[in-house]
Ligand binder design. Structure first.
Ligand SMILES: [Zn+2]
Length: 105
C-alpha cells in the first residue's frame, strides 16, 4: 500500500469459470474518478466480470502465484444520447489486466 493511502474497501476479481480469486483492488482514496476493472484469467483466458470502483485504487496480487504482466487502460466516453448510461458513468477509465500464472511454485 503506497504511503498516504488508506484502505477504503477491497474488491475481488475472480474467474467466473475456474472460481479462483485472481486479484484484489483496494480503494485507497476518494475521488470522482470511475474506474472499471477486468482481469483475464491466466488459467482459462476467460474474462472476469467487470468491477466498478469510484475513487483512486491500488491493484495488487494477493496470491504470489499470480503476477501482473500488463494493464491496458483506456478512456471510455459514452455518447451523450446513450440512454443506458448514468450521468456519472459517461466517462470512465477501463483497465484490462493481464496476469501470468507461475505454475512452477
Ligand atoms: Zn479461469
Amino acid at each position: 500500500m503506497p504511503r498516504g493511502y488508506e484502505d477504503l474497501g477491497e474488491y475481488e476479481l475472480n474467474c467466473p469459470n475456474c472460481h479462483i480469486h485472481i486479484l484484489s483492488i483496494i480503494k485507497a482514496a476518494e475521488s470522482s474518478q470511475i474506474q472499471k476493472f477486468q482481469v483475464i484469467c491466466p488459467k482459462c483466458k476467460d474474462e472476469s466480470f467487470i468491477t466498478t470502483v469510484t475513487g483512486e485504487v491500488y491493484v495488487g496480487s494477493t496470491n504470489e502465484e499470480f503476477v501482473i504482466v500488463d494493464i491496458t487502460t483506456s478512456v471510455v466516453e459514452s455518447p451523450s444520447w446513450y440512454p443506458g448510461s448514468l450521468n456519472e458513468e459517461k466517462t470512465y477509465l477501463k483497465h484490462k489486466i493481464e496476469v501470468s500464472y507461475e505454475n512452477s511454485k
